[in-house]
Write a protein that binds this ligand. Sequence first.
Ligand SMILES: Nc1ncnc2c1ncn2[C@@H]1O[C@H](COP(=O)(O)OP(=O)(O)OP(=O)(O)O)[C@@H](O)[C@H]1O
Ligand SMILES: [Mg+2]
Length: 363
Amino acid sequence: MAEVRLTDIRKSYGSLEVIKGVNLDVSSGEFVVFVGPSGCGKSTLLRMIAGLEDISAGELTIGGTVMNDVDPSKRGIAMVFQTYALYPHMTVRENMGFALRFAGMAKDEIASRVNAAAKILELDALMDRKPKALSGGQRQRVAIGRAIVRQPDVFLFDEPLSNLDAELRVHMRVEIARLHKELNATIVYVTHDQVEAMTLADKIVVMRGGIVEQVGAPLALYDDPDNMFVAGFIGSPRMNFLPAVVIGQVEGGQVTVALKARPDTQLTVACANPLKVGDAVTVGVRPEHFLPAGSGDTQMVAHVDVVEHLGNTSYVYAHTVPGEQIIIEQEERRHGGRYGDEIAVGISAKTSFLFDASGRRIR
Ligand SMILES: Nc1ncnc2c1ncn2[C@@H]1O[C@H](COP(=O)(O)OP(=O)(O)OP(=O)(O)O)[C@@H](O)[C@H]1O
Ligand SMILES: [Mg+2]
């Protein structure tokens, strides 16, 4: 296995720069996940590591060797795509061994690698079937098998599970996590799926518009986001952002803020940065951090629009004032709010986040 290092990596198509200077270290054996909105450059960055796209500027090393101009086949990587395109006329065994045959490897060696991969992926019983006789999840496992047999230093995955239905996705997610442990593999993985990112990653890279917004362990990003973008991107349902204004400074690095929609809802929060009375800020509260009425440091009133009952938990979609929508997660049995009800919830300073007018986290 090998580490991957990106140093000020850039990519332009003509005059359009789509990757704007990315620095990233992926340690040997680490599982790194790229997330970010559509078009932010996740696939482009992955394809640059793979050698499927030229690197316009910066340096890429894999296992300590500069790879900028090395042929994809010589980088020690294997890539698995969203569309896994198996050869329909070949059996599972032939599909898995194809790249090795193409490279002229000895038959015995191919057979032993293919059999070993089949065992890991639990494909043993399906080796003589053609792809059309496989389920979506089984096909995806064959595609992963094709990558495993090449014994790459680094696995690159671009949304490998997004063509699968929800149940299969969960199943394959667990398979990939197991595979990572079993092979002790270095993996760089792109996904849109928040849960996939949170559950698989050792380290998540949140991208936006060709730059890296924040890198960190999943829970570190959830607990301690640097800005509103990361705060809103990590966590599902997403964090509520409540416009507020600073109404007072308290001794010892604290400020008191009042919600714009609910001036009576006031919260005193720690704030090392200098904020002045009158400054516009945003209070961030995750849906799961609203408390039952009467608890917490302050109370907020909202009007219920819709309640979604999920069994163990419920999501209350409400508004503070028209246009300011919030989501409150509650234990299912706690509250039976209905359309039009006025409800109160508690907010605690400890679990609230504060952002300045530019969206930067105020700590
Ligand atoms: N060949 C190309 N020529 C010009 N622009 C391109 C080319 N390929 C990609 N882009 C642009 O580069 C940006 C990044 O694209 P990329 O495919 O990396 O996004 P992504 O984060 O993978 O998005 P998605 O989540 O939709 O897959 C996009 O704005 C895209 O339009
Ligand atoms: Mg993509």
